[in-house]
Ligand binder design. Structure first.
Ligand code: 5GP
Length: 112
């Protein structure tokens, strides 16, 4: 099933892109929850973390490397979060695997 992020990956929808390579695209979240709120999106069509095959685990390494690069670029090395919402009950609204890179302010302790 095609999601809004597939359309962004395919260039059919615009985004405020901050990084792209053959496997990953990253862009600013349209409704930022912090001064820096970037979505890091693997291009492979996987709905959520739980669906990631063992052969595709290298994607996680790629995501972490991109997150480290962007954290440096956007000057949030003092503190940031990298998270994914897995499933509707966790708050996932776009069913294409993605990671939120959030920082630029004091983040709260609430997760629920
Ligand atoms: P989720 O709730 O699935 O973990 O995260 C989806 C995120 O995608 C939300 O933070 C939402 O603001 C963002 N989002 C939804 N549609 C778009 C869009 O068209 N463009 C961008 N840049 N972000 C989007």
């Amino acid at each position: 099933m095609s999601s809004i992020f597939d359309q962004i990956i395919e260039g059919k929808l615009p985004c405020d892109k901050v990084y792209e390579d053959e496997a990953i695209i990253a862009f600013h979240d349209i409704a930022p929850q912090a001064p820096v709120h970037i979505l890091i999106v693997p291009k492979k069509r996987v709905q959520k973390l739980q669906d990631l095959d063992s052969k595709d685990m290298h994607i996680l390494e790629d995501v972490v490397k991109v997150a480290q690069t962007l954290a440096k670029k956007f000057n949030i090395l003092e503190g940031y979060r990298l998270l994914t919402n897995n499933g509707a009950l966790a708050g996932q609204t776009v069913f294409h695997l993605h990671f939120h890179l959030i920082g630029g302010k004091q983040l709260g302790h609430q997760f629920g």
